[in-house]
Design a protein around this ligand. Sequence first.
Ligand code: AHG
Ligand code: MN
Ligand code: MN
Ligand code: MN
Length: 335
Amino acid sequence: MTDIRTLGEFIVEKQSDFPHASGELSSLLGSIKLAAKIVNREINKAGLADITGSVGAENIQGEEQQKLDLYANDKFKAALEARDQVCGIASEEEDLAVSFKRQLNRDAKYVVLMDPLDGSSNIDVNVSVGTIFSIYRRISPVGSPAIDADFLQPGHRQVAAGYVIYGSSTMLVYTTGNGVHGFTYDPSLGVFCLSHENMQIPVNGNIYSINEGNYIRFPLGVKKYIKYCQEYVPQDNRPYTSRYIGSLVADFHRNLLKGGIYLYPSTANYPNGKLRLLYECNPMALLIEQAGGRATDGQQRILDLVPTELHQRVPFFVGSTNMVNKVEAFLHEID
Ligand code: AHG
Ligand code: MN
Ligand code: MN
Ligand code: MN
C-alpha cells in the first residue's frame, strides 16, 4: 500500500518538470480530474438512468448530439470555469470558442480544447468511450477575454494533453512534454493511482485500426497499405491483426500499449478525414510523440499543422513509428 502514488501527488512531484513551472497547471489538471470522476460516475450507470440516447439536435459539425455529449461538455466546462487557471475553452460540442466572463478567469494564462465525449455513438451499447483534452498558453494578453487566435495554435505549442478512457477500468493518461503517464481510477478510494509510468509505444506493432467499410473511397496509398497488412509474410509478423472499436480513445489506448496504427483517411463522406485537428488529432499526436511514436496527416507532421478553423478536420495516421513510416511511404509513392 505504501507505494501507491495518486495523480494529485504525482502532478505535484513532477511540477518542476513543467516548461512553465507553476502550481497553475497542476490545479488545471485537478479540474480535469474532478470532471472526469463526475462523468465516469454518470457513464457507469448509463444503462439505468435516462441518460442515454440523442437530445434531438446536431452539433455544428452535423453530428447528432447524445445526452452524454452535452453532460460531459457541461461538467468539464464548469470544472474549468470554477477555478482560476483557464480563460476559455473550445469544444467539439460548442459552435464557437467560449471566453469565460469572470475577471479571475480573464487573468488566467491557459486555454483548454476538448472532445468531452469521444466515441459517443458507443455509449448506448456499453462500449468504451473517452474524453480528450489539449492545453495551451494563451497568446492574447492576460486580463483580456480569450480570442480565437488563442485556440488556433499549432499542436507543437501544447503545454499538456491527455485523455480519459471510461473502459473496463477508467484511466487518465496525460503528458506535459516529459513522457506519458497513465493512472487507473480506484472507485472505492475515489482516486486515480499511478499504474503506467513513462508509457512507450513499441516501434513495430501488428495491429491496424481503420473503418474498412469506407474502403472504396480510400486514397490508393491507404488501399495498398491495407493489402500490405493482410499479406502472409510470417517472418514480418504479417498478416497483422485488425482491431477497430470506433472510439478513437479506446483504439488509441490499445495501440499505445500493444503497438499498432490507427488510420482515418479521407473518405466519401469525409473528404478531409473525420477527426478534428484541435480536439482529437493534436492531443493524440503530442501523446504519441512523447511515447516514441508518430502522427501525420499523410504529408505533414500533425503537430506542425497551422489550424485555420476551430472544427477543422484532417486525415489522421497515428501509432508505432515503423507502421506510420510504412503507410506514409505508400502514400508518397502514389502522389
Ligand atoms: P465523437 O464521438 O467525439 O464524435 O468521435 C467519433 C470519432 C472517433 O471517436 C472514432 O474513432 C471515429 O469517430 C469513428 O468513426 P466511424 O464511425 O466513421 O468509423
Ligand atoms: Mn461527435
Ligand atoms: Mn471524438
Ligand atoms: Mn465527442
